[in-house]
Design a protein around this ligand. Sequence first.
Ligand SMILES: Cc1ncc(COP(=O)(O)O)c(C=O)c1O
Length: 398
Amino acid sequence: MVKFANRIQPCDNGLNDIFTYANDPALISFAAGYPNNHLFPQAELKSAFASSLTDSTSLQYSGAAGLKSLRAKIAQHISSPRRTFTAAEILLTQGAQQGLDLTAKLLLDPGDGVVVEAPTYLGALSAFDAYQPTYYEVPLQDDGMDLNVLQKTLMTHHVKFIYTIPDFQNPTGSTLSLPKRQALLRLAQRYDVIILEDSPYRDLRFSGESLPSLASLDTTDHVISLGSFSKILSPGLRLGWLVTTPELLVPLTELKLGNDVQSSTLVMSAIDQYLDQHDLSDHIAKMNQAYAAKMATMLNALDHYLPAAVNFTRPRGGFFIYLTLPADIDTGELLKQVILPQAKVAYVPSASLFPVSHQANGLRLNFTNLDTATIELGVKRLGQILTRVLAQPKYAKL
Ligand SMILES: Cc1ncc(COP(=O)(O)O)c(C=O)c1O
C-alpha cells in the first residue's frame, strides 16, 4: 500500500454522497458552483480561438507572467478613478485557484496562522491544507467579517495572511462593506499581515453600487488580489489573474514557473482576441440580468416554502445563497439520510466549510446553472421536507 505524505488528509467533505445520485434524472442539484452553459459566448470564443490560431506564436511558449497585451486589458478592467493598475502588477494564473495555491506556497510554513471567514470556500481550504497551516476562523456578519474577532485574533496569534472573499462571498453571498474594507486594511497595516483578496464574483452584481476592491484601497502594500475569467467568461478556459506589489509578484512568478511554466498561450491569446472584438461589460450585463432573475426566483421560493426556523442570506449578486438551520441539525447527515433519497435535491452541507469548528447546521445553494422552473421545484421539494423534518424532534439528533 502506498504511504502518502503525512500532510495528506483523507478527503471526506460530505460531497461524495451527491455523486451516488448524480445520474438520477430526477435529481435537482443546487450543489455545484457552475456558470450557466447557455450564457457562454461560444460562437465569439470559437472565432477568437480561430483567429489566434492563424498566428503560430499562439502555439509557442510566451513567459511565466502571461501575455502582456492581455495583462494590460485586465489592468484596465480592474482600474477605477481611485486607482490605476498596470500590466506590470499582474501575473496570469490557471484560474483564481492557482493564485490561492501560489500565495500559500510563498507564505506558509507548517503551523503558520491563516485567518479565514467562517464559513469559507472549500477549494481555498484544499489549496491551503497542503501547506499545513493553523486556521483561525472569523465569523461572518451581513457586512463581512467580524472585525472585533479578527482584531483579537491578530493580537493573540501570529497570522501570515487573512483570506477574504469580499464580494458576494462563497458560500454566503455576503459583501464586505466599505467602512469594513477600510478598517480591515488598517488592521492589516497595524499587525503587518497580508490580505489575500479572492474576488471571482466581483463583477456579478445585480443591484446596488460596486465597492472598491481591497487592492484599489491599499496604500501600504498589504494586498494580494485574485480575479478570474471563470465566472464572467468561462471556467473551462482556466484563466485568472493575481495583482500585487513587485516584492511579492517576482517570487510568485518564480513559483508559477515551477508549477506549470506558464498559462496556455493559446487560451491567453484567444481571450485577448475576444476582448479586442467584444465589449466584456455588455456580456457581463447580460449575465447579471439572467442571474438576477434566477436568484429572485430562488429567494421567492425560499420565502414561500421554507419553515420559519430556517434563515437565509439575501445577496445582491454572485452565485450562492446560504441557509442556516437550527443549531442541532447536521445538514450532511440530513442530506444523506433524507434530502437526497426523498426530495432528490442536492446542496453543499456546511461542516467542511468551517475548518476548525465544523459547524454542521448550514448549507449552500447555487442558482446559476438551472432554469427558473427547476429552481422553484427544487426549493419546493427542499422546503416541504425541511418543514416535515423540523416538525419531528427525532431528526434534531441526526
Ligand atoms: C471564492 C472562489 N475562489 C476561487 C475559485 C476558483 O475559481 P477559478 O475557476 O478561477 O480557479 C472559486 C470557484 O468556485 C471560488 O468560488
